[in-house]
Every structure is written in structure tokens, then in C-alpha cells.
Design a protein around this ligand. Structure first.
Ligand code: ASP
Length: 436
């Protein structure tokens, strides 16, 4: 059994919804379908969810919102007509508008894009509609109730062989609607997949899975056919724009593989995210390369630092007091580098330096402000001699000076710090050395 989720671009209009129908019908195991609200049809277009949020803020500021609301109505009417179904969208939208005029909440408004999308798609593909408010449960403070939700999903879906479920929202005990953060339909999909013990959770978007490197840097990078959760975490932490960690978590704890697929290219197998720690790496050494710019490093030198008790605790305490998170901390015998993201440390650097000075009493300190970090990730790197030699040679040959090196004990991730200006050059060099 497969649980499948379609993102906003896959539900943007009737043409996309017709593709959903083909995809669902081409595999009878695709029994539970979670859908987003209609997204953008073209670059300058608006997502239905964004227009709903705009309606709400207009209402709050006493600005007329009729026209905005009409845009939403027109898009749904057009889809209903072009799909050749009649489900009385007019009545639904009139009802939503009336509730809205009477003061409906932001979450209620935002959730209606998913609700109407699911209603329409269910009618069009001939599946039952199951309202997410009945199966995704939050407590009264708006925290997800994981166990109750899993129970409710199992209980409800027992009676529905095939169903479409709106993503993004659920309900509190009093029945009021609560949404997940933006992009939260992924979470709904993962929750349904987890509760139903799906064999696979398919996440259909507008890209054919993940690439080994950022296509803005590497032209036509190789696709990643399988990747483990662990590798994915390392890559997404380093800035590869992939799924939200929270979004895949429920499927991950249930050990369900996730398949990222492209609605516009349904024959492409996409990327399979496997639950096993190291997937089916085969003879592949590097799975992916990702990185981001703009880190700040404070280098601390102090004689006998390595043997001083409590040094790191004090250091960590200072960062905690300043609400700055420590990204990495490579260390030597008498030296230690504190790596933080520039965004996070903005405006606090002087204070942190002063506190370091007073409490840590270093011999010297230096700041390096424009560092980029690049992670080369792959389970195949563990216990493979020569990987770092190849990596460093590639960077040296490209004329890149490495400012920092960090390799976790799992050996599946080597992070190098280079100057911001060498960022792209370094990624190209690593790609060439391991992938091309
Ligand atoms: N429609 C919601 C959003 O735009 C949720 C989703 O698409 O996952 O954020």
C-alpha cells in the first residue's frame, strides 16, 4: 500500500489534476492521497494559501478583501468546470466567505485551500474524501498529538479503501482548525503513511528527486537514486533545499521509505529515501555535496587548552546566553575554532568576543567572517581509505585554501571551510573529483 502526497504545483490547475488522476490510476496500491492547496501555475502566480492569508490580513486591517476572495473562487470554479465535475464549489465558497465575515480564525481560513482541493480531487478521481480535521489531532495549545492522531487515522481509514485527505491542518479538541507550519502537507502525508504502515510514502512535487549538487552551481548534476535518511539529514543541514526534517520525521520513525517523484515526469523513478542507515550505496563513495556561505569563525588559542577543565562548558554557556548556536567546533591541542552562522550571530559578535575574553582568558583570538562550509556526504566514504586525500587534492588543484576541516566519527561527512569567494569553485572541484 502506498500513501501519496501531491504538493501545490501538482494541484495548481485542472491540467495538473488530470496528471494526478493518471498517476493514481496507474498503480492500484496508491490508496491514500494527501493533497496541498492549488499552488502557482506560473512564476508570477499566487498560491491559493497565500491569497487566503492576504484575505485574512485585509480583514484585520479593515481593507476590502472581496476581490481577493473572488480570485480564489474563480480559480476553483474554473477547475471544477474544466474537470467536468459538479460538486457545488459555489456553496462551499459561499459558506467559507460567510464564516470568514463572521470572524473565522486565520488557521481556518488558511486550511480551506487544502479542504477544497481535496474535495475536488476526490470527486474527480472517484475516491472518498476524509477531512483532516477528523484524523489529525492537536491539543488545545496547538501541539500535535502523535498517538491520538495515529489512532484516529487507523480508525477512520479502516472504513475507506481509497481516500483523498487534505494536507496542512487538523483540529483541536474543541473542533477548531489548527494548521501546521507552511509546507505542512508533507507532515500530513508522513503521518498518514506512518499510521497506516505504508510500504512507501510517495511525495510528488515538480522536481525528479534530489541531485548530487545544486544545479545552480553544477550544470546538469547527476540525480541521486537512493539516499539514506542519515545522509539526507547531513545534506539538508548544510543547506541542500530538500524536505523539511519535520516533514519526513513521522515516516522515518515508522521506517517507511520515501520516494520523491515529479508529477510532470511520472516515468522518472525520482529519489528513494531509505530507512536503513546506509541505503544501497553500491560502490558509490559520495552521495551528495551541499554547502552554504556566510559563517563566522572565532579562532581561540590558549596554551594547554586541551587539558583545561570546563573550558568548553564555559564557552558553550556564553553562546547559550547569547542565544547563538554552535555549528561546529574543530579543535587542536592549543586551539579551538567556534563556527557560527553569520545570520545567527549578527549584532552579538562584540558581546561574545568580550565574554570569551573575560571568561576564557585566551592567549589570542582571531575572527574570520566570510567562511563558507561545504559538506561532502556519503555512506560509501566510511572506511574507504583515500577519500579525504582525493578531496583535499581536488581543492588544492583548484587553488582553494582550506580554512577548516571537520569529519565526524561516522566518517560519512567531511566538512571543509573555505573562503566565501571560493565556494562555487570548491563545489565544482569536489564534484569533478568524485562524480564526473
Ligand atoms: N498550502 C500550504 C502552504 O502553502 C501547505 C502545503 O502546501 O504544504 O504552505
Amino acid at each position: 500500500m502506498k500513501v501519496i502526497k501531491f504538493g501545490g504545483s501538482s494541484a495548481a490547475d485542472d491540467i495538473q489534476i488530470a496528471k494526478i488522476k493518471n498517476i493514481v490510476e496507474s498503480d492500484k496500491n496508491r490508496r491514500y492521497v494527501v493533497v496541498s492547496a492549488p499552488g502557482r501555475r506560473f512564476e508570477q502566480d499566487s498560491k491559493i494559501t497565500d491569497i487566503l492569508y492576504s484575505c485574512f490580513s485585509s480583514r484585520e486591517q479593515n481593507i476590502p478583501y472581496e476581490q481577493l476572495f473572488q480570485v480564489i473562487c474563480d480559480r476553483f470554479y474554473a477547475m471544477e468546470m474544466n474537470l467536468g465535475i459538479s460538486i457545488n464549489m459555489k456553496d462551499d465558497l459561499a459558506d467559507i466567505k460567510e464564516k470568514f465575515q463572521k470572524g473565522a480564525s486565520l488557521d481556518y481560513m488558511a486550511s480551506r485551500g487544502e479542504f477544497l482541493s481535496a474535495k475536488m480531487i476526490a470527486a474527480y478521481i472517484g475516491y472518498d474524501l476524509v477531512d483532516a480535521a477528523d484524523i489529525i489531532k492537536f491539543d488545545k495549545k496547538g501541539r500535535l498529538l502523535e498517538e491520538e492522531t495515529a489512532e484516529a487515522i487507523k480508525d477512520k481509514l479502516k472504513n475507506h479503501e481509497r481516500a483523498v485527505i487534505p494536507g496542512f491542518y487538523g483540529s483541536r479538541p474543541d473542533g477548531s482548525i489548527k494548521t501546521f507550519p507552511r509546507g505542512g502537507s508533507d507532515i500530513t502525508g508522513a503521518l498518514v503513511a506512518g499510521a497506516m504502515q505504508a510500504d512507501v510514502y510517495e511525495n510528488w512535487t515538480d522536481v525528479s528527486g534530489f541531485m548530487v549538487a545544486d544545479p545552480r552551481i553544477i550544470k546538469d548534476p547527476k540525480p541521486i537514486s537512493t539516499i539514506s535518511y542519515m545522509e539526507l539529514r547531513e545534506l539538508s543541514y548544510m543547506g541542500a533545499s530538500v524536505l523539511h526534517e519535520e516533514a519526513i520525521y513521522p515516516a522515518r520513525v515508522a521506517n517507511i521509505p520515501i520516494n520523491i517523484r515529479n508529477t510532470n515526469e511520472p516515468d522518472n523513478p525520482g529519489t528513494m529515501i531509505t530507512a536503513e542507515p546506509c541505503g544501497e550505496a553500491g560502490d558509490r563513495i559520495v552521495t551528495g555535496i551541499a554547502g552554504s556561505r556566510d559563517f563566522v569563525v572565532i579562532g581561540i588559542n590558549k596554551n594547554h587548552l586541551a587539558t583545561e577543565r570546563g573550558f568548553v562548558r564555559k564557552l558553550a554557556g556564553i553562546l547559550e546566553d547569547n542565544d547563538v548556536s554552535l555549528e561546529h567546533m574543530p579543535s587542536g591541542i592549543d586551539t579551538l575554532s567556534v563556527v557560527m552562522s553569520k545570520k545567527n550571530v549578527n549584532g552579538k559578535l562584540d558581546d561574545i568576543m568580550n565574554e570569551f575574553e573575560q571568561q576564557l582568558k585566551p592567549d589570542t583570538m582571531e575572527i574570520f567572517e566570510d567562511m563558507a562550509l561545504i559538506a561532502t556526504v556519503g555512506c560509501g566514504m566510511s572506511f574507504t581509505p583515500g577519500v579525504s586525500a582525493r578531496l583535499f587534492t581536488a581543492l588544492a588543484d583548484a587553488g582553494v585554501n582550506i580554512r577548516m576541516i571537520d569529519q565526524g566519527s561516522s566518517e560519512m561527512n567531511i566538512i571543509v571551510g573555505v573562503s566565501n569567494k571560493d565556494f562555487e569553485k570548491s563545489i565544482k572541484a569536489i564534484y569533478k573529483a568524485f562524480i564526473e
